[in-house]
Design a protein around this ligand. Structure first.
Ligand code: SAH
Ligand code: SF4
Ligand code: F3S
Length: 436
């Protein structure tokens, strides 16, 4: 029997889809397939912004016909949207043909739910308030070789006023350091070349045994073998000198940090409940760059937060240059039911939000282009991760997260390649492999 998984949202969800595949493999579905050929289809959803939900709703709705033609087909919806308050009932009402709806804390139970569904006719809805344990015992089917994701924390306690994650992912829980180190060690042994430690706020990692994030990162970087370490996401309020020292100490830790700032204006940052100021953020960057020269910093930015004025938006615009972001994800604020910001007065009209995001994207792109151009004529090491059929080129990222393209007459995926950069376009670098 065959399976298909459709994933929305962040790295956390991408990795969870690898775990979902692991569960499916244990329950008789042993081959990945296109939607039309699948015997089970799982949607792993996201609800961070309204358009993420709309996508999922549209794609689930489109399966009605397939389900009618293929009676034994099981359709399951999991992930953050399924966990969102009231959404499971709404999904059931809108799509009566759904077989299973499961929340973010139920992954370890998915196998049982599938077995139950095979016996029972009615739809099964299973949502839990909390994750049972930090170890789910699931062996993921990894699809991102030579990269591998490793969870270090689950959930989030920060309650940024715009964000739904703490509601759908629950309270923050840290895995045991020894479990994480064992997982990384075995991934490196298996041949994975880049490990990304995942958490909503990795800096607040705190194991029961008292291990903090810098110590965990340090321990991972001491694992033998040629590999790179990345981590995301960091939070400026918890950013520490100790972390910077750890990055500086280890070659294996990439010179790249994703440090979402959200806004360049202090009044908006306070309303967002981010608990730092623009000045604090810039101090973090100065400390980082003094100890780790050339360290790339990427970020997330939100425009059109309730009550944001033109001047306040311009503070975000000016920060893009001042902070010298290598890249940035830019978002239009999307009100999420149940969050503090959704109930605030002064929601910004869509036309204003759209106009602001266009200006912001232009500023971000200009900076990205300028930094990319700086690589031309230089060498940079990329980890080859894929082949781009359209371009007919291999590609991979350098430690700072820039995408490098090159041609080769043999399969290079999983290899470290020194690229001599000959041209740049946006975030992409093009070059030739440097021979020994
Ligand atoms: N835990 C991470 C990332 C969370 S979600 C962090 O704290 O940075 C990824 C990004 O989505 C956030 O950084 C934020 O920029 C954006 N985001 C979250 N909620 C949003 C909302 N309601 N509207 C628009 N963007 C949002
Ligand atoms: Fe959301 Fe803030 Fe937690 Fe990130 S830190 S997941 S933005 S509440
Ligand atoms: Fe990730 Fe979306 Fe959930 S961003 S944590 S999948 S709401």
């Amino acid at each position: 029997m065959k399976y298909a998984i459709i994933t929305y949202g962040c790295q956390m969800n991408l990795h969870e889809s690898e775990k979902i595949a692991g569960v499916l493999r244990e329950h008789g579905y042993d081959e990945r397939a296109e939607l039309e050929d699948a015997d089970i289809i799982v949607f792993n959803t996201c609800c961070i912004r309204e358009n993420a939900e709309n996508h999922a709703f549209g794609n689930i709705g489109a399966l009605k016909k397939l389900k009618r033609q293929k009676r034994h087909l099981i359709i399951a919806v999991g992930g953050c949207m399924a966990q969102e308050e009231g959404k499971a009932a709404l999904l059931k009402e809108r799509f009566p043909f759904l077989d299973i709806i499961f929340g973010t804390h139920n992954l370890d139970e998915l196998g049982e739910l599938i077995e139950r569904k095979r016996r029972e006719k009615r739809a099964i809805i299973s949502l839990r308030e909390e994750r049972r344990s930090t170890e789910d015992g699931i062996v993921p089917v990894r699809t991102s070789y030579p990269n591998a994701w490793v969870n270090i924390t689950y959930g989030c306690n920060n309650f940024c006023s715009y964000c739904i994650v703490p509601y759908v992912r629950g309270r923050e829980r840290s895995r045991h350091a020894e479990d994480i180190i064992a997982e990384v060690t075995s991934l490196v042994k298996e041949g994975y070349r880049e490990i990304t430690l995942l958490g909503q706020n990795v800096d607040s990692y705190h194991s029961e045994e008292g291990v903090r994030f810098p110590a965990l990162l340090d321990a991972c970087a001491r694992i033998e073998g040629k590999f790179r370490l990345r981590f995301m996401t960091s939070h400026p309020k918890d950013f520490s000198e100790e972390l910077v020292e750890t990055i500086a100490r280890h070659e294996k830790i990439c010179n790249h940090i994703h440090l979402p700032v959200q806004s360049g204006n202090d009044r908006i940052l306070a309303l967002m409940n981010r608990r730092y100021t623009r000045a604090h953020y810039l101090e973090c960057l100065a400390m980082l760059r003094a100890r780790v020269p050339g360290c790339a910093v990427s970020t997330d930015l939100i425009v059109g937060f309730p009550t944001e004025t033109e001047e306040e938006f311009c503070d975000t615009l000016s920060l893009v240059e001042e902070a010298d972001f290598s890249t940035a994800f830019t978002f239009i604020y999307s009100p999420r039911k149940g969050t503090k910001a959704a109930a605030m007065q002064g929601q910004i009209p869509e036309a204003v939000q759209k106009e602001r995001i266009m200006r912001l994207v232009e500023a971000v792109n200009a900076n990205t282009r300028r930094l990319s151009a700086g690589y031309v004529g230089k060498d940079t090491e990329i980890l080859c991760e894929d082949f781009d059929k359209k371009r007919g080129m291999y590609l991979g990222r350098n430690p700072e997260g820039r995408m490098g393209y090159f041609t080769s007459d043999r399969d290079r995926i999983g290899e470290f390649v020194t690229l001599h950069v000959t041209s740049a376009n946006g975030i992409s670098l093009y070059g030739e492999e440097r021979g020994d």
